[in-house]
Write a new protein. Structure first.
Length: 314
């Protein structure tokens, strides 16, 4: 028994030394905070961000705030207590997130925002987002062609507290409203959710059996809308989303979505971690705080080049 106890103590000592060695070898902790990873878009942010952080010598810690600003603030406070060297965050609201970013900045922890901006400059080191205006307009052009430039349609909005919700909607309409033949018969928020997208589409179809199309603020809502249309026997409805998810790609391949606009979130997340590394290592800031990454319109013509939010076509 004494030998067994001695062996256990020895193993514990070795494990402790190994943990200390690993901690010393790490360049520090990077927190990666996103909305719920039940959405593959946000799951990709955590997977790609953690992989890049590890590659660059950091210890990544990934968390979800579930679009709750209070939960997000608690996670930022945890990062401060954990002495994180940087935070990469897809935030919980353009106004609601300012307090958390300011708190981290005041504590000396640089913040690198991805996907969503906040309504204040000079707090985050970087705000790296997809060019939602360009992406929404690009895929709207494909949709109006598929609709033959006329018809009744509905719109599913994302979270109305999210600036991306309105940027996408406004730029959809900047294209669609040029044509007199379109009539929007319903506009409802489905909160970026596939379940809500399905339920809202069911109700819209029942109330408006003569609609021809649905424009959706993101792919999860578009996939919910597409499935609701399939289940209702309405495979004639022309639907678009925006994100560039693999789920949307499958619906496009089957002819059940017109298309999506790929936000190159894998590249955006890697860029944020690389910029965090440059700042932590030698204090180098990006040339500009707000950085736009172009979207890619994805349809049946080029969907084969889309995988895991990465586009490999020309």
């Amino acid at each position: 028994m004494k030998k067994i106890v001695a062996l256990i103590l020895s193993l514990m000592l070795v494990a402790g030394l190994f943990a200390v060695a690993n901690a010393e070898a790490s360049k520090g902790i990077i927190y990666i905070i996103t909305p719920s990873t039940s959405n593959p878009f946000f799951g990709t942010e955590q997977i790609v961000g953690a992989a890049k952080a590890e590659e660059l010598g950091y210890e990544p810690k990934c968390f979800s705030h579930d679009d709750d600003a209070a939960a997000q603030l608690q996670l930022f406070e945890a990062a401060i207590n954990d002495k994180a060297v940087a935070i990469v965050c897809d935030n919980a609201g353009a106004d609601a997130s300012i307090e958390a970013v300011r708190k981290a900045t005041d504590a000396g922890i640089p913040v690198f925002l991805i996907d969503r901006e906040i309504n204040e400059s000079g707090l985050a080191i970087a705000q790296i987002v997809a060019d939602n205006a360009q992406g929404a307009a690009a895929i709207a052009e494909k949709w109006v062609e598929a609709m033959d430039y006329e018809g009744k349609y509905a719109e599913l909005l994302g979270l109305e507290s999210d600036t991306n919700c309105w940027v996408r909607s406004e730029n959809y309409h900047a294209v669609i409203d040029q044509y007199d033949g379109f009539e929007m018969v319903a506009q409802q928020s489905a909160s970026w959710s596939q379940t809500e997208g399905y339920a809202k589409t069911e109700a819209i179809l029942q109330a408006n059996p003569d609609i021809k199309g649905i424009i959706c603020g993101n792919d999860t809502m578009a996939c919910g809308a597409a499935q609701a249309c399939i289940d209702a026997g309405r495979t004639d409805i022309k639907i678009i989303g925006l994100d560039g998810s693999d789920d949307a790609a499958e619906y496009i391949k089957k002819g059940q979505l017109v298309g999506t606009a790929l936000q190159q979130i894998a590249g955006i997340t890697e860029l944020a971690v690389e910029q965090a590394d440059a700042y932590v290592t030698n204090g180098t800031k990006p040339e500009t705080e707000k950085q736009l990454v172009p979207c890619v319109a994805i349809t049946a013509e080029n969907v084969e080049f889309l995988n895991a939010f990465v586009y490999t076509g020309k």
